[in-house]
Design a protein around this ligand. Structure first.
Ligand code: NDP
Length: 381
């Protein structure tokens, strides 16, 4: 635990000039969009909503600009970028390490219909590009690199990304969550060759083809609905007989002529040598197996919080999510937590954004009360 003395306001790193470079690259990762409230609208309307124009990708700029900051934000989804907006406006000159998927899960979604302020809906990538532009406008420095190691043993806290070291008086962890996979060898082998965890990224490639989606939550059912825009047939595969998805989505799926539901089945194998040609299903009641011919296989079975760099520093709950001690504080003073990396209950873009706001305000107040460690050490020395 850091020993600190209250020495008045923290001498702040001056805010950088607003960064004017273009925002988010569209992710080409396979992380899904589930966990955030996304409604693809009426499925089966025959027309795929185009994704927002992909902002121009910029290379990671870890070598340029400052590496010391009052507030280092890890993650650039709704939580991280909202924290950046608030911290920047508090003149804290935050640095954001955007992570492996800049913009987070919403960058691989299509329509977001329930983010307040957009009555007509907005494309996920465009929404996140706007978050980032807003943060950069107020002087946040967003670096397209992933923090792979941290040292929270004392202040300044340290983090490493793309080989560069960053130092900060406070840290906000907003690294979000990533897709889960079934764990089959064949699933791994055929990933990108018909196996995907992102219907909005890859659905387009399956026009007039039969596809399967595995899972029984909101993500799986919404992916199935979305895929009806392209696929000739969507098979929804669920290991139980009841879905855990919301009733309104269930009703849409059950009444959709393009979706065939297979309950009580597990996926034994993804079939195909070079590309997916089918899936082998096992009936959980009888044990019987059968092959279902499909050319696309979409996995939508939930998420894992992105906590790897924090394993030895921050506490996790039984589901592996980071534990928040009070408000947004972690067990380490000066390290705050926001968004899906700790929230497995709400997991919405708007709740993550709210969380990012809270974390930035908590960090700002904490910094006001706690001088940098070296100043404290000098005062006691
Ligand atoms: P969930 O955890 O809700 O659902 C995961 C599904 O995958 C479950 O049906 C589960 O089966 C199944 N599953 C898990 N592991 C396996 C496995 N190894 N093999 C086969 N099936 C498996 O995750 P989601 O991503 O669907 O949703 C996460 C949260 O985000 C939820 O709260 C959801 O409501 C929310 N969300 C909301 C949306 C919206 O409101 N528009 C959109 C998307 C997500 P079982 O049921 O048997 O456990």
């Amino acid at each position: 635990m850091v020993v600190v003395l209250a020495l008045g306001p923290v001498p702040r790193v001056p805010a950088a000039h607003p960064n004017t470079r273009p925002a988010l690259p569209m992710s080409d990762t396979t992380s899904p969009f589930g966990g955030l409230t996304i409604d693809f609208g009426a499925a089966g309307d025959g027309v795929a909503a185009p994704l927002a124009a992909a902002p121009v990708a910029t290379p990671a700029d870890a070598g340029h600009g400052p590496h010391e900051t009052n507030v280092l934000i890890l993650g650039s989804g709704p939580a991280g970028l909202t924290a950046a907006i608030y911290a920047a406006r508090a003149n804290l000159a935050p640095i954001v390490l955007a992570g492996f998927q800049p913009g987070g899960q919403l960058t691989i979604t299509s329509e977001v219909e329930n983010y307040p302020g957009f009555p007509e809906g907005i494309q996920g990538p465009e929404l996140m590009a706007r978050f980032r532009q807003q943060a950069e406008r107020f002087g946040a420095r967003v670096v397209d690199a992933e923090a792979d190691r941290v040292d929270f043993s004392s202040r300044p806290f340290r983090a490493w990304a793309a080989g560069a070291e960053y130092q900060a008086q406070a840290v906000i962890v907003a690294t979000g969550a990533s897709a889960l996979w079934l764990g089959l060898d064949s699933e791994e082998r055929l990933r990108g060759r018909g196996v995907s965890a992102c219907a909005t990224c890859d659905g387009f490639f399956f026009r007039d083809k039969a596809v399967a989606v595995v899972g029984g939550g909101d993500t799986a059912l919404e992916e199935a609905l979305y895929l009806t825009r392209f696929a000739s047939k969507v098979h929804l595969l669920h290991r139980r007989y009841e879905f855990r998805a919301s009733r309104i989505v269930q009703a849409r799926v059950e009444s959709h002529p393009g979706i065939e539901i297979h309950r009580g089945v597990t996926v034994e194998e993804v079939l195909g040598e070079e590309v997916v040609t089918g899936v082998r299903l096992r009936d959980v009641a009888t044990g019987a197996t059968r092959d279902l011919p499909v050319e696309g296989f979409f996995v939508a079975i939930g998420h894992r919080p992105n906590t790897a760099p924090f394993e030895s520093w921050l506490e996790k709950d039984e589901k592996g999510y980071l534990v928040v001690e009070h408000e947004t504080h972690s067990r380490i003073e000066g390290v705050f937590i926001a968004g899906d990396v700790h929230d497995h209950r709400y997991r919405q873009a708007v709740t993550a954004a709210g969380d990012g706001c809270r974390a930035a305000i908590d960090a700002e107040r904490w910094l006001e009360e706690h001088a940098p460690a070296e100043a404290a050490a000098a005062a006691t020395g």
